[in-house]
Write a protein that binds this ligand. Structure first.
Ligand code: NI
Ligand code: MN
Length: 227
């Protein structure tokens, strides 16, 4: 069993039965959808898909507070290291590594990855996604910010994800039409929509995803669900 909590926007918390907490793309301060009352008691790993502020904003403070392992693409890890983050586990697309109880593979994403730092945009490598494997479970695809791309079919052939986290809000990522195509390419049992409703411009909604074979599993920010 894995407990999944949506922290609003592109941020999620996974809590394993063994107690470990894994945080995806932490954005707390300034996140309009961050659930009131949510606090962290431990963080064992932080996984970052790309360097945009709405995915990385709280990686540095959380890393300094809990000293978790921190995974990101090589250039973003370099930037995090310069900000004083330790326990970095840089990687790149196609690579696989073990992070505590989790095995993860970095995948492609169709998006940008500049890091806004003191008014300048710094090269952060490329935007990426992850395939996560929790022990004894089928794999999970966490796309990060991306448009749909045909190589999602390779992700299905290689990893057969049971669960896919996909953005649906549009404007900065794919919207519902593209998410429906992504689910046809990936064929997960369930699709967890993210990156919508945070701002009025992220107008795509889960109920607009027309996908016959995949269940759209829409979470409420702050409400823990079991998978
Ligand atoms: Ni982004
Ligand atoms: Mn984003």
């Amino acid at each position: 069993m894995v407990e999944i909590t949506w922290l609003g926007h592109g941020a999620f918390q996974f809590r394993l039965e063994s107690g470990e907490v894994i945080v995806m793309d932490p954005w707390i301060e300034g996140n309009p959808m961050y659930p009131k009352g949510h606090t962290f008691s431990r963080v064992d790993a932080i996984l970052i898909t790309h360097g945009h502020y709405d995915h990385i904003h709280d990686a540095v403070p959380l890393a300094k507070r809990f000293s978790p392992k921190v995974v990101a693409i090589y250039e973003t890890c370099d930037w995090l290291g310069k900000k004083g983050v330790g326990n970095l586990m840089p990687m790149n697309k196609g690579g696989t590594q073990r992070v505590g109880p989790l095995t993860l593979t970095m995948t492609h994403a169709v998006h940008s990855c500049g890091i806004l730092d003191d008014g300048k945009i710094i090269y952060g490598g490329e935007a990426a996604g992850y395939v996560l494997r929790f022990e004894g479970r089928n794999s999970v695809y966490f796309s990060g910010d991306t448009n749909v791309f045909a190589d999602m079919e390779l992700i299905r052939e290689l990893y057969h994800p049971e669960l896919a986290f996909l953005p649906v809000g549009g404007l900065f990522t794919m919207g519902p039409k593209e998410a429906a195509m992504a689910s046809r390419l990936l064929r997960p049992k369930k699709l967890i929509p993210m990156h919508f409703g945070t701002f009025p411009d992220l107008a795509g909604r889960p109920e607009q995803i027309e996908s016959a074979d995949t269940e759209v599993w829409t979470l409420e920010p702050g409400q823990a669900v079991e998978w």
